[in-house]
Design a binder for this molecule. Structure first.
Ligand code: FES
Ligand code: FES
Length: 153
C-alpha cells in the first residue's frame, strides 16, 4: 500500500495511515497538529475544523484519500507573539472557558471572513450555527467574532 501525500500548512507530508483514516486522526496522531480537536466525530460540533482551499471542513469525517489541496490548521494560523487577527480577538474578549471548542470557532470564523470580509451579524450567526460550545461562552465568542470581522474588514 502506498503512502498518502498531504499538504498541511503549505508543507508536503507523506503519511502512512490507511487511505480511509479520518484526516483528524492523521493530523493529530501522525503530523502533530494539535489545533483540531475530537469532539463528536460525527460532523456535528465543529471542534475538528480545518480549512481546505478556503472551505471549512470537518476533519473527523473526511478520509485522507478524499483530501486535495492545502490543509490549514490552527497550528499554522498564527503564533504566540504574532496571533492571527481572529486569534487576537478571541484572546482580547477572553472567548473561552475550557477552550475545547476554540479551534472550531476560530477556523470557521477565518473561513467566513476570508470569503466575506463584511458579514452582517445575521450572516455570522447563520454560518456559525453548526459550531458548538458546551460551556455556554457564546456571547463572548460572538463579541470576538464581530471584533475580528471589524479588524479584518
Ligand atoms: S469532532 Fe468533527 S464535527 Fe465534532
Ligand atoms: S469553552 Fe468549553 S466547550 Fe466551548
Amino acid at each position: 500500500m502506498s503512502n498518502t501525500i498531504l499538504t498541511v500548512n503549505g508543507v508536503r507530508r507523506e503519511v502512512a495511515s490507511a487511505p480511509d483514516t479520518p484526516l483528524l486522526y492523521v493530523l493529530r496522531d501522525e503530523l502533530g497538529q494539535l489545533g483540531p480537536k475530537f469532539g463528536c466525530g460525527l460532523a456535528q460540533c465543529g471542534a475538528c475544523t480545518v480549512i481546505i482551499d478556503g472551505r471549512a471542513v470537518r476533519s473527523c469525517v473526511t478520509p485522507i484519500d478524499k483530501v486535495s489541496g492545502n490543509v490549514r490548521t490552527l497550528d499554522g494560523l498564527g503564533s504566540a507573539d504574532k496571533p492571527h487577527p481572529v486569534q487576537k480577538a478571541f484572546i482580547e474578549e477572553q472567548a473561552a472557558a475550557c477552550g475545547y471548542c476554540a479551534n472550531g470557532w476560530i477556523m470557521n470564523t477565518v473561513a467566513i471572513l476570508e470569503k466575506n470580509p463584511r458579514p452582517t451579524d445575521a450572516e455570522l450567526k447563520q454560518e456559525l450555527a453548526g459550531v458548538k460550545c458546551r460551556c455556554g461562552t457564546h456571547m463572548a465568542i460572538l463579541r470576538a467574532v464581530r471584533k475580528a470581522a471589524n479588524a479584518m474588514a
